[in-house]
Design a protein around this ligand. Structure first.
Ligand code: FES
Length: 125
């Protein structure tokens, strides 16, 4: 089972004014490798990679499969739908020249937080 969280963050506000969302503990994320965070308009999946959390929109920009059901291949998450592979840092899929939205994360006192304002918009076509 993939962990889920919709806990309200603390009073800290993200750069665009949205409150950070608590995704779960670092220990849980390390154990599960990924956690799904409820967000509007789309949920966010947080992956543990290379010693820190990385966050992408959970719904794939291609045909809406869930990246939380995908797998890691190096520093990229592979969508279970049609195997597009998105860089965890940038959301970029080099084979398709498309971006999956990414989100800022931070660790604080063993807890993982996500800023629900995307770093860049989706480029659906
Ligand atoms: S739905 Fe993700 S690659 Fe097609």
């Amino acid at each position: 089972m993939i962990g889920r969280s919709n806990q309200a963050g603390d009073d800290d506000m993200g750069a665009a004014g949205a409150a950070w969302i608590a995704a779960g503990s670092e220990a849980e994320l390390r154990r599960r490798q990924r956690l799904v965070v409820e967000a509007d308009p789309d949920d966010i999946v947080v992956w543990w990679h290379d010693g820190r959390p990385r966050a992408l929109r959970n719904v794939c920009i291609h045909e809406s499969r869930l990246l939380s059901e995908g797998s890691l291949l190096g520093s990229r998450v592979v969508c279970p739908g049609h195997q597009w592979a998105f860089d965890l840092e940038t959301g970029y899929c080099k084979e398709r020249d498309r971006h999956q939205p990414t989100f800022a994360t931070r660790l604080e006192d063993g807890q993982v937080f996500v800023n629900p304002t995307p770093d860049q918009p989706a480029d659906r076509s």
